[in-house]
Ligand binder design. Structure first.
Ligand code: GLN
Length: 262
């Protein structure tokens, strides 16, 4: 379907070039933006997430995924006039599930070059940085203090990729960041590397046992969260980007920030 549409478009553009007629050219441009997303054609947007990443996604009191990202994608679905179905799965499976089990993924997912090999991303909607959680009595304070340490993370996350680069460090991967945090509290880890907002939520659960350090002091860079999209569905990307921009302009986005962020 997608291929047929792009062939038709290519044909229209060739016709415009051949005739050299300005109005034909602009007609084909209008057609390009009118092309419907193949992903949305069934009226359902199936969204992968990993509901283990508060406040962006977690399992709510009713047993269903809730959180900032879930509210955001539901609001986007409303704007696009499609039903949103949430599929809760492991973080590490989210990217590979797009195009088979799911249409898109929202999971506090950082835009990385490696992920861009397999998926497209929406406009970024949130900035974050990795934080370092340490036991309250730990003296870890700089990047060099992390060398050779045993450090926990959630498998397949940017925190995981950072630990892989730390010289001599043991990278202890968990399916859920909260399990790494529990092992930190139990004295099995020297540190946990996890995104800023979840770090704040986890640390608040153990105020006497855990210190939450800003990774910027360790040289970690700012990361951008975006919705992962099937590669090449430019109509879907455009529709979602417009929806995000509209929500930022009309205050819906800030309302969600107020509702879900600490
Ligand atoms: N932002 C991190 C990443 O994209 C972690 C996301 C998560 O654990 N949900 O890898």
């Amino acid at each position: 379907m997608k291929k047929i549409i792009s062939l038709i478009l290519a044909g229209a553009m060739t016709a415009a070039l051949v005739t050299g007629c300005g109005s034909t050219q602009s007609d084909s441009n209008a057609a390009a933006s009118d092309v419907a997303s193949e992903t949305l054609s069934d009226g359902v947007l199936t969204v992968g997430t990993n509901a283990e990443f508060p406040p962006f996604e977690y399992v709510g009191d009713n047993g269903q995924p809730d959180g900032f990202d879930i509210a955001l994608i539901k609001a986007i679905g409303e704007e696009l006039g499609v039903e949103v179905v949430i599929e809760n799965m492991e973080f590490d499976s989210l990217v590979s599930s797009i195009g088979s089990k799911t249409d898109v993924a929202i999971a506090g997912m950082t835009v990385t070059e490696e992920r861009q090999q397999s998926v497209d991303f929406s406009e970024p909607y949130y900035n974050a940085v990795q934080h370092v959680l340490i036991p309250a009595d730990s003296t870890i304070a700089t990047y060099d203090d992390l060398l050779g340490k045993t450090i926990g993370c959630q498998l397949g996350t940017t925190g995981d990729f950072i630990i892989e680069e730390i010289e001599g460090a043991t990278d202890q991967q968990y399916n859920k960041a909260v399990d790494a945090v529990n092992d930190l509290v139990n004295g099995r880890l020297d540190a946990v590397i996890v995104d800023s907002n979840p770090a704040g939520v986890f640390a608040a659960n153990f105020p006497d046992q855990i210190k939450d350090l800003n990774g910027e002091d360790f040289g970690f860079g700012i990361e951008e969260y975006a919705i992962a999209l099937p590669k090449g569905d430019t109509a879907l990307k455009e529709a979602i980007d417009v929806a995000i921009t509209n929500m930022k302009e009309d205050g819906t986005f800030d309302k969600l920030v107020d509702e879900y962020m600490e």
